[in-house]
Design a protein around this ligand. Structure first.
Ligand code: BDP
Length: 592
């Protein structure tokens, strides 16, 4: 789905702000047609934001099921155009009503959806917009979850991922006009030929009598042009997109009366002989797995928080991150392009693993893949999420790997049967980028059954923390033994460490450098780095996590997960300075 962008033929109004809000305590607001009239006795709620931490009402914070959002908006005088509502994300299900009539229903909390509301409003008149938002997860959602009852009869949401189930309207809501005949999709792939860039484009504009394209450079000058919905153009002496160099072009598409400018960068990505190549040169990933997570707004997108995080990442010498464990806001992806950050783009398929020990992720006792748990229907949803993510993010030069799942079960025949078709779905949707998944500790090289389906080995490892707790000598030994096995099994696969590091309590300083202390984080992360430096196939280090973040309460979590390089409010832990020295030295040496 195309990102909303204004042009001579498209005009948008952002509907963010203070909306009305009401919790549907009995989860019967849809049956009782709440959307038919203004909400009775609503409270106020900011959009975008998770609603959970805005009030200090435990019942709202813990509610399982529907909440309703509402506001009014003006329909502009849109003439013969269509009027579209765009939601960046509604977590996890959104049912959208205009003046009481349902116009869209979308499940999947981290990807955009739209509704054409032209036929439900009158130009120049106000209309009522109501959105019912459901935070429940089931075996057939991605990520999966399960609603049960506690012994007191209250609904309880179980899930198998280690971050809080924030809900609400998390990203901007936009109302925009576009011509009836319009550009609905474009796929751009690029190549490098000496000093020139080759740009292959494929536009979808149903019903358009003519399609023309122009490539515009950063200053808006035309550098190439062509006619027709498909084709290839050459950009002479191109400014290539590269890590640390966010050189962007725009493909201006004119389809009859519609004009849409799609940003893109010219670069190549390839895996070869155990290396990860960007523009033909070996790239080493430095960075983190991150979360969209904040004290007040939860998973709500904020440009201020986003830019602050990038400033911190740049201060530290990072050049990349993974969108653990779901697609991030479209604003994030644009910003990564412009800032020259390299992104491992992940689907929301997290927690497809009932083998992960209780405590980290909560209740267990299920079989991962079975007709009653993660089944064929779940796999269909998973396949669609892969397609939708790739459809949204395919034109971002920053995105270099699709991560189709985080720590799934991967050591059983059932997991092979589950992932074989999904790897094919990803390759079909994007034949140009390497694909991968993050491998869990319990499925090392001699147990994992799916690594050959993918191009890059991505490892989440907690030696010295969950295993060999506090014993870094053993931890190092076991880490090296495991790496040796991966290199032996897949000598031509590059390896990226996509998670490592211990929980670290800010201010907990310890002469004996024990687990949870700031000193232990330095020692544990330092041990991993020492090992990485000895393996040519290790082409990246993305520690867990950029910052501390909220989780479900549990005996392994103190006010959330504390594995951050930075605290939840972005203060550096002592380790941040140590890693900064390493990364800045690497940046100096490698030039990015
Ligand atoms: C891994 C998960 C991640 C967790 C992390 C941890 O991929 O989401 O937060 O471990 O335990 O299992 O901190």
């Amino acid at each position: 789905m195309l990102r909303v962008r204004d042009s001579i033929s498209r005009h948008s109004t952002v509907l963010d702000g203070v909306w009305n809000f009401k919790v549907d305590w009995d989860n019967n607001g849809l049956e009782n047609n709440w959307a038919a009239a203004p909400l009775v006795d609503p409270i106020t709620m900011p959009v975008p934001a998770s609603y959970n931490d805005i009030t200090v009402d435990t019942k709202i914070h813990d509610h399982v099921g529907y909440v309703f959002y509402e506001r009014t908006a003006f329909a502009p005088l849109y003439g013969d155009d269509r009027l579209i509502l765009h939601f960046g994300s509604v977590t996890h299900e959104g049912v959208v009503f205009v003046n009481g009539t349902e116009v869209a229903r979308h499940t999947g909390g981290y990807l955009p959806f739209e509704a054409d509301i032209t036929d439900y409003v009158n130009p120049g008149e106000e209309f009522r917009l109501t959105v019912a938002v459901d935070n429940r997860l089931s075996w057939q959602t991605i990520p999966p979850g399960l609603v049960t009852k506690d012994d007191s009869g209250n609904d309880k949401q179980i899930y198998w991922h280690d971050f809080y189930n924030y809900a609400g309207i998390h990203r901007s809501v936009t109302l925009y006009t576009r011509p009836a005949v319009h550009v609905s999709d474009v796929t751009i792939t690029t190549g490098i030929d000496g000093a020139d860039g080759t740009v292959t484009y494929d536009v979808v504009a149903e019903g358009a009598a003519s399609v023309k394209v122009r490539v515009l450079d950063a200053s808006g000058q035309e550098v190439a042009a062509a006619e027709g919905a498909h084709g290839e153009v050459r950009v002479e002496n191109a400014d290539f997109w590269a890590p640390g160099h966010g050189a962007m072009y725009g493909l201006e598409i004119t389809a009859d009366g519609d004009v849409y400018v799609q940003p893109f960068g010219i670069r190549t990505v390839e895996v070869s002989k155990g290396q990860f190549l960007i523009n033909g040169k070996p790239f080493y990933f430095r960075g983190y797995g991150r979360h969209e997570d904040n004290n007040t707004v939860g998973k709500g997108h904020s440009d201020a928080l986003m830019i602050h995080d990038y400033e911190i990442m740049k201060w530290q010498g990072a050049n990349s991150f993974r969108t653990s464990h779901y697609p991030y806001a479209e604003e994030e992806m644009d910003y990564a392009d412009e800032q020259g950050f390299v992104v491992i783009d992940e689907t929301p398929a997290v927690g497809i693993n009932m083998g992960i020990g209780g405590g980290i992720a909560g209740a267990q006792g299920y079989t991962t893949f079975s007709p009653d748990t993660v089944n064929d229907a779940t796999r269909e949803v998973h396949a669609q999420v892969i397609r939708d993510l790739i459809a949204r993010d395919k034109n971002h030069p920053s995105v270099v790997i699709w991560s189709i799942a985080n720590e799934p079960e991967s050591d059983t025949d059932a997991s092979y049967d589950y992932f074989k078709p999904l790897a094919a779905v990803a390759r079909e949707a994007d034949p140009t980028r390497p694909i991968s998944y993050t491998n869990v500790m319990m499925a090392p090289a001699d147990k994992d059954k799916i690594a050959e389906l993918f191009d890059v080995v991505m490892l989440n490892r907690y030696f010295g923390w969950y295993l060999d707790t506090g014993n870094l000598q053993d931890a190092e030994k076991h880490l090296r033994e495991e790496l040796d096995k991966w290199v032996k099994r897949l000598p031509d696969h590059p390896i990226i460490f996509t998670e490592y590091g211990p929980d670290t309590m800010e201010g907990n300083s310890d002469f004996f450098r024990r687990p949870w202390s700031e000193e232990f984080q330095i020692d544990n992360i330092g041990m991993f780095h020492r090992v990485f430096d000895d393996y040519a196939n290790v082409v990246g280090e993305q520690m867990w996590n950029f910052a501390d973040f909220q989780t479900t309460p549990g005996i392994m979590r103190v006010g959330g997960n504390k594995k951050g390089m930075f605290t939840r409010d972005r203060k550096p832990k002592p380790n941040a300075y140590v890693v900064r020295d390493r990364w800045l030295a690497m940046k100096e040496k490698l030039g990015f």
